[in-house]
Design a protein around this ligand. Structure first.
Ligand code: URA
Length: 235
């Protein structure tokens, strides 16, 4: 059970102050009864709350897929740059919304945003082995020896070791890389350690969830229940 005003605020319907005004004006009903006060306790999952006659589609958490463009940072706030949160349309905004993992400012592609910390942790924890698939363009073509180095596990100059990763050669300097951890600049550093520079990097899948090709850069949409589940299924 939760306070009615808190529920309305959590669903981004209004502020706490507006909630108490709406209730005073008799514009909020719970299971058909006009709410008497804004602090009454309600079970949001099993009650029908209506504001101005319109039912509130209660969601405990929100899960978004974004096609991140270049030039924005994967953070909730930044003093200099636009953040991915700035790109989220008002209807999807929630207190506590954050990107589940970071893409560099110049990296594009699939980013998940949520206000569900446990869900984000499950995606990011290397022990869960949720592979993230990146498409990359390098400054020169790699060969089988690079594939083998990735498979063995790369070690950076500072001694940091990476878990084994899969590298698919696509012809020329184009590759797909699959990693299940998220060290800072990991893909770029893995290639750097082998003498390559990444010229373009795009995340195209997380687990079996692929970036929706219809989603333009900068756009986001809600994930379906099915899409949420396939994140945890390996390809
Ligand atoms: N690896 C990188 O180097 N950059 C990213 O943005 C993601 C993975």
């Amino acid at each position: 059970m939760e306070r009615l005003d808190k529920i309305l605020v959590s669903q981004n319907i209004c502020t706490r102050k507006e909630a108490s005004r709406l209730v005073r004006q008799g514009l909020v009903t719970v299971d058909g009864e006009t709410a008497a006060r804004s602090d009454i306790k309600v079970d949001p999952e099993n009650s029908i709350i209506k504001v101005r006659g319109q039912a509130v589609d209660f969601k405990k958490h929100i899960y978004l897929m974004m096609n991140k463009p270049a030039g924005v940072v994967s953070a909730t706030e930044d003093n200099f740059d636009r953040t991915v949160i700035d790109l989220v349309p008002e209807r999807f905004r929630r207190a506590g919304l954050f990107p589940a993992g970071r893409l560099d400012k110049d990296t594009v592609g699939l980013l998940i945003l949520t206000d569900d910390g446990d869900f984000a942790h499950k995606i990011l924890s290397p022990s869960r082995k949720v592979f993230k698939k990146y498409y990359a363009e390098l400054d020169s073509p790699p060969d089988e020896s690079t594939v083998e180095s990735f498979e063995r596990g790369i070690t950076f100059k500072d001694g940091t070791t990476c878990l084994p990763a899969r590298l698919e050669l696509l012809g020329g300097a184009r590759v797909n890389v699959y990693i299940c951890e998220g060290k800072f600049h990991q893909v770029k550093k893995m290639f750097r350690s082998q003498g390559f520079t990444v010229k373009y990097l795009k995340r195209v899948a997380i687990g079996s969830l692929e970036l929706d090709k219809k989603l333009h850069e900068g756009e986001c949409r809600e994930l379906s229940k099915y899409e949420k589940s396939v994140i945890f299924i390996s390809k």
